[in-house]
Unconditional design. Structure first.
Length: 120
């Protein structure tokens, strides 16, 4: 599909193995492959694959019924630095909440930017 229109259709083996349309070929070419033999940039031994400095994430405190207004913020994390090295995993766990989209580490670009409230 491209802009709501079918670009190519057929048996999956044929479409994935021998795409006819340029858009389909580009789309399939953008998928990372485990057997990809392209050279990759190597990091010096011991260098982190991800560095995060000054990580902060807040959640708004809202008050009111229909016309909710922001009355403050709750800081989930504030000023956290972390390095993740090759072969290591980072997991974060918080209390169960209905807003599951907020779970995970808020690395810049993964979640919307958050401004600090006054006085912090």
């Amino acid at each position: 599909m491209y802009e709501g229109k079918v670009v190519e259709s057929g048996v999956a083996v044929d479409v994935f193995g021998h795409p006819r349309e340029p858009y389909t070929r580009k789309l399939l070419g953008a998928v990372p492959r485990l057997d990809d033999a392209r050279p990759r940039a190597e990091l010096p031994p011991g260098e982190p694959v991800l560095k995060v400095r000054g990580l902060s994430k807040t959640f708004p405190l809202l008050k009111g019924g229909v016309f909710k207004r922001r009355v403050g913020s709750v800081y989930a994390v504030d000023g956290v630095d972390l390095d993740i090295r090759r072969g290591k995993t980072l997991a974060s766990r918080g209390p169960a909440e209905p807003d599951r989209a907020a779970r995970g580490v808020p690395v810049p670009g993964a979640l919307p930017a958050v401004r600090r409230t006054r006085g912090r």
